[in-house]
Design a binder for this molecule. Structure first.
Ligand SMILES: *Cc1c(COP(=O)(O)O)cnc(C)c1O
Length: 445
């Protein structure tokens, strides 16, 4: 779990950081080492009560370990503890954040964009929908039935009417159903999910862009989980076209703390048209003293934000540039391969049936059983038995209307079914897929 070399790298970087402040009169806060050590020992004990997210046998929720360079850069910047709200709070880290945004925008073919980091995808989506409402006041926001649950809640917070659009059996937004809603004339914004959290299905953006030629609405792309796959080579043609079309949407949310190898607390909102920045105008009298340059707090709903997040992301993008055919994109391709490999092995299994082939790196599967209630029961049993065997999975509740096509041999005797779900977001999962399926089968007999 711990590579001691990382601590040496941190020490070296910290020494160099300290050199920059060596002209100050000597000042070192006193620490009570033994008291701190005793509390830390308690903390270390308590933190053992966690799933091993860093290990390939954690194949459950959407959790990916941060890259060592992110972890080290984040830790190092805590000795400064910059606040990216204003330049007064973090000059270097604000500059690094702006550079990160330029590179993230370039992934989608944008320049002259406006954007910033946020506490996470939810805050980033909140900003996108807040801007959407100000530009289409009084109009509805719609997203697919498999969109992230926070869109309806954010709409509630913002006082905007929200409706959901049914999905096809692949888990993507149903275009015919979308058009029916658009015909009602009161839709202001369509949230297009580029990889939904449950199934990893990508909404058909090119078809939605076509509808925009006929109906007047804004498109916000929630690419919190899937956005980085715009750099991958191994996605199917149709999905690849959807990612290529992102250049034409109005705003994009991408979460560096999902597939971007960052510690938690790092989401990102990007707006193609920088003029939306004027919507953020506020009258805070005390924040901006240091320069006429843009303070990130002037284009953000959040006030204080960790500069450390920007430093960690900058370091990661420096080491692993956001380009096609680079080391970073190769790792994403490995995750795609892992999901396909896992899906194929489950397909060959007598004991499980997988749902749709993975569009990205999420696989959902059901234990074979006579009925949907029996299969749900088996899912919960296997989930627990696997955890005892140090294999960590996730569960997902899905409407049977969505799953029955994929599970023709399981008789429907309930409205919904509990399936097993694995997000294979570590490149190592490709190598481990065989072992994971073997363990699963051992737990299922
Ligand atoms: C994770 C996720 C969110 C929410 O982001 P947080 O960073 O957890 O706040 C929103 N949309 C999608 C598609 C997600 O996968």
């Amino acid at each position: 779990m711990i590579n001691k070399r990382e601590l040496e790298l941190l020490q070296r970087a910290l020494n160099q950081l300290a050199e920059g402040f060596s002209d100050l009169p000597d000042f070192s806060p006193v620490i009570d080492e033994s008291a701190i050590a005793s509390v830390l020992s308690e903390v270390a004990e308590r933190m053992q009560d966690n799933y091993p997210y860093f290990h390939p046998q954690y194949a459950g929720q959407m959790l990916k370990p941060p890259h060592p360079v992110a972890r080290i850069a984040y830790a190092m910047s805590l000795w400064i503890n910059p606040n990216n709200h204003a330049l007064d709070g973090g000059r270097a880290s604000s500059a690094m954040e702006k550079e990160c945004i330029v590179d993230l925008g370039a992934v989608f073919g944008w320049d002259n964009l406006l954007g910033h980091l946020t506490g996470g995808g939810t805050m980033a989506n909140l900003e996108a929908l807040w801007v959407a409402e100000r530009l289409h006041p009084g109009k509805r926001i719609i997203a697919s039935a498999q969109a992230h649950y926070t869109h309806s809640r954010i709409s509630e917070v913002l006082g905007i009417e929200f409706s959901s659009v049914p999905v096809t059996r692949d888990g993507c937004m149903d275009i015919a159903a979308l058009e029916d809603l658009l015909q009602q004339g009161d839709v202001g914004t369509v949230v297009v999910t580029m990889g939904n959290t449950g199934l990893g299905a990508v909404d058909p953006l090119p078809a939605i862009l076509k509808l925009r030629e006929q109906y007047d609405f804004r498109i916000h792309a929630d690419a919190a989980y899937g956005g980085y796959f715009a750099l991958a080579n191994g996605i199917a043609d149709q999905t690849s076209q959807a990612f290529a079309a992102l250049t034409n949407v109005e705003s994009i949310v991408i979460d560096p703390h999902k597939h971007g190898l960052q510690p938690y607390g790092c989401g990102c909102i990007l707006f193609r048209d920088a003029s939306v920045g004027s919507l953020y105008k506020h009258g805070s009298p005390y924040t901006y003293f240091s320069s006429a340059e843009l303070h990130l707090g002037e284009i953000s709903l959040e006030c204080s934000r960790p500069g450390a997040s920007a430093v960690a992301l900058w370091a990661t993008q420096r080491l692993l540039p956001l380009v096609r055919n680079g080391e970073f994109s190769a790792e994403l391709d490995e995750c795609l391969a892992a999901a396909r490999n896992f899906h194929a092995r489950l397909n060959a299994s007598e004991l499980f049936t997988p749902l749709m082939p993975p569009e990205l790196d999420i696989v959902v599967y059901a234990p074979n059983a006579p009925t949907t209630t029996a299969s749900s029961e088996r899912s919960r049993e296997i989930f627990m038995k696997a955890a005892d065997a140090n294999l960590h999975l996730a569960l997902i509740e899905l409407p049977v209307s969505l799953t029955h096509f994929w599970l023709p041999d399981i008789e429907r005797n309930s409205e919904s079914i509990t399936c097993l779900r694995s997000v294979l977001m570590k490149p190592e999962h490709n190598y481990w897929a065989e072992r994971i399926v073997r363990l699963l089968e051992e737990c299922a007999v």
